[in-house]
Design a protein. Sequence first.
Length: 234
Amino acid sequence: MIRVERRRLDNGLRIAVAPIAELRSVSVILAIEAGQWFEPIGRNGIARLAAQTTLRGTTRRSGPAWADAIDALGAVARLDVGAHWAAFTSQSLTDDLDALVDLIAEVIRMPALAPEDLDFVRQQTLAQFERDERDTRAVVDRLWRELVYPKTHPFHAPPIGDASVVREATVDEVREYHEGAIRPDGAVLVVAGSVTADRVEAAAARAFGDWRAPAIAPVRDVQDVALSATARRT
């Protein structure tokens, strides 16, 4: 059985390490409480817009330059948004772990969130809405959510969001969401592979140790959902 070691930085960032000695690689997940559940009421899609725009570049380097740095490590990376979380996932050789953690911290903590990058993500997302209208699974998921959850509920729309919100979202809105939701006290760094907890903690402390949350996290008050009768739509 794999033994999981847990640590915690002073800023609240939690660390979980699963050492697997026979491997030469590591898998890394930085999961943050920044999914649909934490979006502003009625602004479905802001979390995904923020996540996708984050990967378009940082205040230190452009998107292509940051991607080249990841490629130089032979690593792969992606950022996804789910019901309760935004998760950055990546894999690399164990020798490159420190550099990989530094790159993750850079893109998560210091995204450029430039207007042109948001517009690029916006057009991609609107194109995905059009494709989803021809996809039976996407259509049934959207309709099921509309039947079950009221409009003010964070799960009323799929993670991709609401098309009207995506069209009108501003870069200031995306930046405000990032500043409030992307915070160390709502994050956990998980690493599995041929690495020790001490090494991961040291890498995390260097990359994330001075990261501080701007304020107390707001409490999301979401109403309970219950269907009073059978709902049908054909």
